[in-house]
Design a protein around this ligand. Structure first.
Ligand code: MN
Length: 380
């Protein structure tokens, strides 16, 4: 049974290339269900929450990490079940492999379900309450499944929310996230990426974990990671500097009606979406959605704002549409969704990246600005 559940996990990975566990090692028995949270610097930094249930880890990628503030909802994307021995993994997944990047054991401990339902029932109902007893996270939490699948069934999206209790910290959204030390080895992300420092103390496996999970750390990957880490520090520094220059709003370019389309080179065809033109601005995780006149409509498009919060600082020009049952944009359906405030199913089509963390991109050719948005894919 456990082996079938792990088929998806295994199919995504080449164990000749990654040092991640394949799920064949026996873990020690535990009276209480265990959990781990792994900080994972993949395409996008995220925190993988894993709860032991029925012989595997149920797993969610929490895009901005957990918050102790009960007002803050964090997107948690359900990912494939992971083997229990994954709970001791700390190291670097090689570039180019699934989830390539550094993994840190950020928290671990025990959990139990809250309420009268079994955890399986609560998960099926989409309202899953649980209590954590970890080194960083404690007290009550809830995972709430979002009503609609935003990417057409590929992934199931949940929101992770702190319950109000003595462990909640109102107004303190991100302090716990700032702690960058492994609970298993004491190492920072940079030390893990460089293959330095102590091996993690095992929690799931009896005895010693592998000395160091950094894969061929002496064959250039560590050096590559160090270069990448220093490059990303530079990018961060750059981003901080340019953050001040990210404008609040850029009036979007509007259409010009002409008698016939231009016939010379240097023009592109674009789809005309029948929706609302919206400018998406992300600044340090704060999202604003503005109409073409600059009105702030962020509250009307709450689900889109939550998901966009994991993107890096940027201003993206796009259009929000509602699809009809054939998948075609339908303006009447969009107006109905807005007036009934049923906006979970709306889709934001990004067609131009105006600013990113490095600054103003508007002087670049449109083809390059469109190309750079492929960096905005998310890999867990
Ligand atoms: Mn991950």
């Amino acid at each position: 049974m456990t082996q079938t559940k792990l088929a998806k996990y295994r199919s995504k990975r080449d164990f000749e290339k990654t040092a991640e566990p394949s799920g064949e090692r026996e873990v020690v028995a535990s009276e209480h269900r265990r959990f781990v949270i792994q900080k994972h610097a993949a395409t996008r930094l995220h925190y993988d929450l894993r709860l032991e249930l029925d012989g595997v880890f149920k797993s969610w990628a929490v895009t901005r990490g957990p918050s102790l503030d009960p007002h803050v909802k964090r997107l948690a994307v359900e990912v494939e079940d992971h083997p229990l021995d994954y709970g001791d993994f700390e190291g670097t997944i090689p570039k180019g492999e699934y989830g390539g990047g550094t993994v840190q054991l950020w928290d671990r401990g025990y959990w139990e379900p809250e309420g009268t339902q079994t955890p399986e029932e609560a998960l099926a109902s989409g309202d899953f309450k649980f209590i954590l007893a970890g080194q960083r996270l404690t007290g009550g939490w809830v995972l709430v499944r979002m009503k609609h699948d935003r990417d057409h069934g590929k992934r199931t999206h949940w929101l992770l929310i702190k319950h109000r209790d003595e462990y909640a910290r109102e107004g303190d959204t991100d302090r716990v996230i700032a702690e960058d030390r492994s609970v298993a080895s004491g190492r920072t992300m940079d030390a893990i990426a460089a293959g330095k420092g102590k091996a993690p103390k095992p929690f799931m496996l009896a005895g010693k974990a592998e000395a160091d999970a950094v894969w061929h750390s002496n064959k250039g990957l560590a050096a590559q990671e160090r270069r990448a880490a220093s490059a990303s520090r530079q990018t961060r520094a750059l981003r901080k500097k340019s953050a001040a220059t990210l404008p609040e709003f850029i009036p979007p370019q509007l259409c010009n009606l002409v008698a016939r389309p231009p016939s010379d080179a240097g023009w592109v065809h674009e789809i005309k979406f029948d929706g609302y033109r919206v400018e998406l601005r992300i600044h340090e995780g704060a999202v604003t959605l503005r109409t073409r006149k600059g009105l702030d409509w962020s509250a009307k498009f709450g689900a889109i704002a939550i998901e966009a919060a994991s993107l890096p600082n940027s201003i993206i020009d796009g259009e929000i549409v509602a699809h009809d049952e054939n998948g075609a944009p339908n303006f009447a359906a969009l107006q109905a969704a807005l007036s009934e405030q049923k906006t979970d199913d709306l889709v934001f089509y990004a067609f131009d990246l105006l600013f990113d963390g490095s600054g103003d991109l508007r002087s670049l050719p449109l083809s390059e600005r469109k190309g750079s948005s492929t960096n905005y894919r998310i890999d867990f």
